[in-house]
Design a protein around this ligand. Structure first.
Ligand code: ADP
Length: 326
């Protein structure tokens, strides 16, 4: 019986557990023995690798995070530890690996593959949605829904207290989460690295809005800009509006996986296993223009991600100070 393993590496996302469930079910359906590697690349080195059964994945569809845990591993960057990891897999007869992770994890896997010949397929998994070559990364939809709920709740208190709320979303240097959240929550301000806006340019427009009865502001800022405090101060000092900063933080990574992430998890894993069975032994499953396709690590991990132009245009139309409605 052919043996195949799965691991989660780097930041966890909601959707990993549905992916594990599909992995176990589909591996058995294809006549393979599935294995779980616990604790990411650390687990490959420490040999925390065990057979996965149907019981292991019972009831996990609704849970965020990952049952097999994720990790970052400094040791995996060293060739000597990667050799130990390869030996652990060989001893169990595992020659195929599915990796749920980000571009860093894929770079590590490519090295591992080059050195050992162990086949792998990557599934882009990060709430930041910042991996080149794929329009969608597992976990993004759940994160967006968590952010939506948070902003909707904050809006209730903002309007009750006549306040400005500056809400910082995750995303590292990528403004995707902030931009989509700002558009879909009806925020007044969206500040992301990809659309440079000077907050001072809103002054005249916002003063006029306040005169016309506006009693709260919602500003979404991306963590990459590191300016939430500064923007909050601007509301207080320039507009005389009491202001609070709310850093959403790690709540964005967790939560009950959305329907979309469950479905994407199933499709990503199905494609990953199918391509490994076809002998494609060093690729990442990407989702672009509503299709799944396989790309090389170099295309995915060595090039920077650029936010979709149509989304950026929408963002500019919505949030440019020159378009601010008095
Ligand atoms: P992500 O996969 O979310 O981008 P990281 O960049 O933290 O997360 O990478 C996850 C892990 O992948 C690292 O802890 C390390 O073990 C491994 N890794 C990343 N880059 C390399 C590399 N160039 N060589 C070997 N291993 C790497």
């Amino acid at each position: 019986m052919e043996k195949i393993a799965i691991l989660c590496s780097g930041g966890d996302v909601s959707g990993m557990n549905p992916a594990l469930k599909r992995f176990v079910e589909y591996s058995y359906a294809k006549g393979m023995q599935p294995f779980f590697v616990y604790n990411g690349y650390e687990g490959l080195i420490d040999n925390t690798i065990s057979i996965a059964n149907y019981q292991d994945v019972a009831g996990i569809m609704i849970r965020g995070g990952t049952k097999i845990r994720s990790a970052r591993s400094a040791r995996f960057s060293e060739a000597s530890y990667r050799a130990i990891a390869a030996e652990n897999l060989r001893q169990k007869g595992i020659s195929k690996l599915v990796v749920l992770g980000g571009d860093g994890s894929f770079r590590g896997m490519e090295r591992f593959h080059d050195e050992t010949g162990i086949a792998f397929c990557g599934i882009p998994s990060t709430i930041d949605n910042d991996i080149n070559g794929t329009d969608y990364c597992l976990g993004v939809d759940t994160a967006l829904n968590v952010i939506k709920n948070a902003i909707d709740s904050i809006r209730d208190t903002a309007s009750s207290f006549r306040r400005a709320f500056v809400i910082e979303t995750m995303g590292r240097d990528c403004g995707y989460l902030a931009l989509v959240s700002a558009i879909t929550s009806g925020a007044e301000v969206c500040l992301i690295p990809e659309i440079p806006i000077d907050i001072h340019e809103y002054k005249g427009c916002f003063e006029s809005q306040i005169r016309n009865g506006r009693d709260y502001f919602i500003a979404i800022v991306s963590e990459g800009l590191k300016n939430a405090q500064e923007v909050s101060q601007w509301f207080e000092e320039e507009l005389g509006f009491e202001s609070r900063v709310s850093v959403l933080g790690h709540i964005q990574r967790g939560g009950n996986p959305s329907v979309y992430d469950r479905l994407m998890a199933y499709q990503f894993v199905t494609h990953a296993i199918d391509t490994l069975l076809k002998g494609n032994n060093n690729s990442v499953v990407c989702y672009t223009k509503s299709h799944f396709e396989f790309k090389s690590i170099s295309e995915v991990a060595l090039n920077p991600y650029h936010l979709d132009q149509a989304l950026l245009t929408l963002g500019r139309e919505q949030f440019a100070p020159s378009h601010c409605q008095m």
